[in-house]
Ligand binder design. Structure first.
Ligand SMILES: *Cc1c(COP(=O)(O)O)cnc(C)c1O
Length: 323
């Protein structure tokens, strides 16, 4: 490498009362960062132009973009969260929402990276990892793959323990302290729905009684005081996203929206849109936005192809490490 490395933007606005490995141990390559920033802005423009093609009031909606960084190095995340200064006009001003699929990888990244990142766990959820996930990932913003009462209960327990720890750390001001970081006391959860009916996909069946009772349990202040039901999530069938055109919209997304409307009614929400729809990925996010998505989860179109899991590294090898 010939170019001098820019100093990392300071992250000292976050609390210094908890020891954290400085993100300066993560090397951001300015060329790579410029490409990622450009890719992310391109997705944001495509979301904006899809929204503007809709009739009002839909055109005025906000769609959250979760950048899915699974199996990608921490430096890629830092490149988007704290982009190095550049002359190019950019729509990316410190991206906040990142999605991860593996608990160990998320734990490691959340310890290395700034506390201001809003993490989304979107991967297959194992019961034996739920409490740890909710307890130890400080900036965990949402868990999107909840599909059983048992897992909801364990996430609630873990989040409660995380809140107790913060209470101990910050005293009676702990809620105000959380707000300063952009953290909430309740953990947002999405229930995963298997809209395509494929055996390989997790999630509850769209019309099932289980889905309604899980939604009620999560919203119950006595059963899950530390959870907030944010909405429903689906992945959908790849074949359907490939077949999607403006004329034939994606059936999975229609199913998720219909399911949301039904659940909202069953749990007595007057505004059904209080329950969000998390749907749309690289191949199909524009269709999802047309069908009412509140959140799209886009990975490979921003970060490029993912390595095999066994080859993925949170911290990349650098030239200097070689003797
Ligand atoms: C990997 C993943 C994504 C992102 O997929 P891309 O096709 O790379 O955009 C979105 N949602 C979930 C649940 C995922 O596992």
């Amino acid at each position: 490498m010939s170019a001098p490395t820019e100093p990392q933007p300071s992250t000292s606005t976050t609390s210094s009362s908890t020891a954290m490995k400085a993100p300066s141990s993560i090397q951001v390559n300015p060329q790579r960062a410029a490409v990622l920033v450009q890719n992310l802005s391109a997705i944001q423009s495509r979301i904006a132009s899809t929204l503007s093609s809709l009739p009002s009031p839909q055109s005025a909606r906000q769609v959250r973009l979760v950048a899915v960084s699974k199996l990608k190095p921490a430096s890629d995340i830092l490149s988007l969260h704290s982009p190095p200064p550049s002359d190019a006009p950019t729509a990316v001003d410190g991206h906040q929402h990142f999605g991860e699929n593996y608990v160990q990888e998320l734990l490691e990244k959340s310890r290395l990276l700034p506390r201001t990142i809003k993490w989304h766990f979107i991967g297959g959820l194992q019961s034996n990892k739920c409490a740890q996930l909710a307890r130890e990932v400080e900036g965990l913003w949402a868990v999107e793959s909840v599909d059983s009462e048992k897992k909801a209960g364990l996430l609630d327990k873990g989040r409660g323990e995380r809140n107790q720890r913060l209470h101990k750390e910050f005293g009676d001001e702990w809620k105000a302290e959380c707000e300063r970081h952009g953290w909430q006391d309740k953990l947002r959860v999405f229930i995963q729905v298997n809209t395509s009916g494929e055996e390989s996909k997790s999630g509850l069946e769209p019309g099932s009684a289980e889905l309604v009772s899980l939604a009620k349990l999560i919203r119950s202040e006595s059963s899950c005081p530390n959870l907030h039901l944010q909405g429903l999530m689906t992945i959908g069938a790849i074949a359907r996203s490939r077949a999607t055109t403006k004329e034939t919209e994606n059936e999975d997304f229609i199913t998720l929206r219909t399911t949301r409307d039904k659940i909202a009614e069953e749990i007595g929400l007057t505004n059904k849109e209080e329950l969000e729809l998390s749907m749309g990925m690289s191949e199909d996010f524009e269709s999802a936005v047309r069908l009412g998505s509140d959140e799209v989860r886009v990975g490979s179109t921003i970060f490029g192809e993912r390595p095999a899991k066994k080859d993925a590294k949170v911290i990349e090898d650098t030239e200097t490490e070689k003797k």
